[in-house]
Design a binder for this molecule. Sequence first.
Ligand code: 5GP
Ligand code: ZN
Length: 118
Amino acid sequence: MSQCIFCSIVNGAIPSNKIFESDEMIAIHDIHPVAPVHFLLIPKLHISSMLDVKDEHHELLGKILVKAPSLAKGLGLSDGFRTVINTGASHGQSVFHLHVHIIGNPSQDGLKAGIDQL
Ligand code: 5GP
Ligand code: ZN
């Protein structure tokens, strides 16, 4: 979809700090991290938000969630992390291409803050 910032990242028109890529998804570091580790899992398919999720997205969304823990552990989050999907402008969504936030702190402190800033 034109004008979508995450579609532009997916197709390489906008650079990003990529952690992982497959045929179906990319994982990138958030440009404005709210915690020591903050990355985004983004399906390559443009789905505007969770409000537009359909049965046909079942497998894709499952794969994204299944990928999250291995990427998180690879970035030091073996103790845990927070998973956030904002849906709708009224509930914090600012980029209208569905994405999953993974945020965490590799230190023993865990997260002192984070979700309020999302
Ligand atoms: P939302 O508010 O929609 O849940 O999350 C959008 C996220 O995308 C924000 O955390 C924001 O910092 C991040 N973001 C916006 N534009 C870019 C960009 O161009 N590159 C990267 N890596 N992250 C972005
Ligand atoms: Zn898009």
